[in-house]
Design a protein around this ligand. Structure first.
Ligand SMILES: [Zn+2]
Length: 450
């Protein structure tokens, strides 16, 4: 809560009359005001305590929640948009193989429209920050799309050197060896909105030398790391056989883990794995929907939290979740962890909301977002609670986690820019994007599978 400094300029945007959920442990403020100046949050507080005089734009958020945009700390946009609904009801490695058949036929223009569709989908569901893991396709089309729909993003270059990912081996080594060029070109661009990351794919697709080089490059360039880890028993068994240790403990033993690592999934962890992650400060991108769908297991959230590990919620890509929708992810997280622990009191609605916002931001090393407070990035969403399915709204957190839908997000602001207002995405023709995307996706499918 704050009162702006005397003599400051009038804010660019004032959001008034909403219930403000600042997150980061902050209490809900009924009839609150959030002001934005340029790219940052200027003030957050009750109406009487925040001076919104002279705001260039005033948004009335009556019957709405004003909260930080979601930080989706593990996803794949471009490729996974093209893989959405391609193959259902199969096991993970069969699924990965079919995905590869399509991936080997990707072209830049198709990836561009897929990226654009994914970015629009996120804007419409209130995701303002995302952690992209590119596995085996080009980054540039998504960077182009981010110029049209400017969300906050960390873009992880995907690396691999074996198994079904062997075809990108040469490219991976070459890119890793010259990674300084990628950093110079793309890291901290778009006023710091865009960062790059190193994304070794997984322990079954990358060997020790590759993980060691990624660690070296990360230390030298100070860019974060984003990898898949311990996703399913097959991966654990592979690692035990190949390296003599379970995935998390093996990566710890070779000095790879650290607080700059976002480890996605972690759906198979034993006590030793949890110790390894906690000791190194490694962060987890938790994807309960995808893990359930691909039968990869459920992350032992209670033990992970007790060990003090930072956890953010994530959708994974639409290939395995089918929707870039943090509302679905929040609800399912509540359900699966209550069911798994047989404890209805485990995981409160507030804790789930934190995992989707401040937790997600922390898990992907983007501390500038995920909470609403003066000086934080102006990544703000306005969510309508005046809906039949949320009424009567006794408790805002309960409404957000268990009743609200992505389509209830009314307005999305990222980095101080209004990207969607009253459900209209600014600066793009959604229908046209869908048409172009659909046409290219179906052509891709035809040339991949005949
Ligand atoms: Zn993934």
């Amino acid at each position: 809560m704050s009162t702006p400094l005397p003599g400051r300029a009038a804010p660019d945007i004032a959001i008034v009359n909403g219930t403000v959920m600042p997150m980061g442990g902050g209490r809900a403020i009924e009839g609150g005001t959030v002001t934005i100046s340029g790219r940052i949050v200027a003030a957050v507080g009750p109406a009487g305590a925040v001076d919104a005089t002279g705001a260039a734009k005033v948004i009335d958020a009556t019957d709405c929640v004003v909260m930080p945009g979601f930080a989706n700390c593990h996803t794949h946009i471009a490729s996974n948009q093209l893989l959405r609904g391609l193959l259902e009801d199969v096991r993970i490695f069969e699924w990965l193989k079919a995905m590869w058949q399509l991936k080997s036929n990707f072209d830049e223009e198709t990836l561009y429209y897929a990226s654009l569709n994914g970015l629009i989908e996120m804007v419409k569901s209130g995701i303002t920050t995302f952690n992209e893991h590119f596995d085996a396709y080009r980054v540039e089309p998504e960077i182009e799309a981010l110029k049209v729909v400017p969300l906050r993003a960390t873009l992880g270059y995907g690396f691999a050197d074996r198994g079904i990912y062997a075809s990108i081996t040469d490219w991976s080594w070459k890119t890793l060896e010259t990674f300084g060029d990628k950093v110079a070109k793309h890291h901290d661009t778009g006023d710091g909105r865009i960062k790059v990351a190193l994304s070794p794919h997984a322990v079954y697709s990358c060997g020790e030398d590759m993980y060691r080089l990624v660690r070296e490059v990360a230390d030298a360039t100070k860019v974060p790391i984003h990898t898949h880890l311990s996703e399913g028993t097959q991966e654990v068994n592979y690692c035990l056989e190949a390296n003599g240790k379970r995935p998390a403990q093996w990566l710890e033993s070779i000095g790879f883990l650290g607080p700059d690592v976002t480890a996605a999934h972690c759906s198979q962890l034993d006590a030793g794995d949890i110790k390894a992650l906690a000791a190194t400060g490694t962060r987890i991108g938790h994807c309960p929907v995808c893990n359930a769908k691909l039968v990869s297991g459920t992350m032992p959230l209670r033990a992970v939290r007790e060990a003090g590990i930072t956890v953010g919620l994530a959708t994974d890509g639409p290939a395995s979740h089918n929707a870039l929708d943090m509302f679905q992810e929040m609800k399912f997280a509540g359900l699966i962890h209550k069911a798994n622990t047989n404890d209805a009191e485990f995981l409160t609605t507030h804790e789930i909301l934190e995992m989707a916002t401040s937790g997600g931001a922390a898990a992907m090393n983007r501390p500038e977002t995920g909470t609403l407070a003066p000086g934080m990035a102006a990544d703000v969403i306005i969510v309508d609670l005046d809906t039949t399915h949320a009424a009567p709204v006794y408790d805002v957190a309960a409404a957000l986690v268990y009743s609200t839908r992505a389509d209830d997000v009314r307005t999305t602001i990222a980095d101080g820019r209004i990207l969607m207002e009253d459900r209209v995405v600014v600066g793009v023709d959604e229908k046209e994007v869908r048409r172009e995307f659909r046409r290219r996706a179906h052509a891709l499918k035809a040339r991949s599978f005949g």
